[in-house]
Design a binder for this molecule. Structure first.
Ligand code: 5GP
Ligand code: ZN
Length: 114
């Protein structure tokens, strides 16, 4: 899907809003979360606009998989031994930005459930 002019993460992908980019591929961009909840908290987003992970997977399944590949590359670069991946989907789950994004959380020993 093409960029949404009102979408914050489309603006970050376009370079119109600054972000601390830590990894990028032809299909993905990864940057540090502005309000981290773990020592490593990176958001991996598709360059294309989809409102959530399910919509991305339905429309561009290979790009959905690319998010997972990027997450491992980020973990390797950060030197973290384990990480947690989260897709908040829907407002009831706490989704606040409606451009699909994968939270990569790590850098500390994590409890379960959090
Ligand atoms: P959600 O709650 O939708 O799963 O996650 C959205 C995430 O985006 C939040 O963790 C929030 O801190 C982060 N965020 C919101 N605005 C910005 C911003 O302008 N820049 C960056 N880097 N992260 C942001
Ligand atoms: Zn977007």
């Amino acid at each position: 899907m093409s960029a949404d002019a009102d979408c914050l993460f489309c603006k970050i992908v376009a370079g119109d809003v600054p972000a601390t980019v830590v990894h990028e591929t032809a299909t993905t961009l990864a940057f540090r979360d502005i309000n981290p909840v773990a020592p490593t908290h990176v958001l991996v987003v598709p360059r294309s606009h989809h409102p959530n992970a399910a919509a991305l997977a339905a429309a561009e399944p290979t790009v959905a998989a690319d998010l997972l590949t990027s997450a491992q590359a980020i973990a390797d670069a950060e030197g973290i031994s384990g990480y947690r991946l989260v897709f908040n989907t829907g407002a009831d789950a706490g989704q606040t930005v409606f451009h699909a994004h994968l939270h990569v959380l790590g850098g500390e020993t994590m409890g379960w459930p959090a």
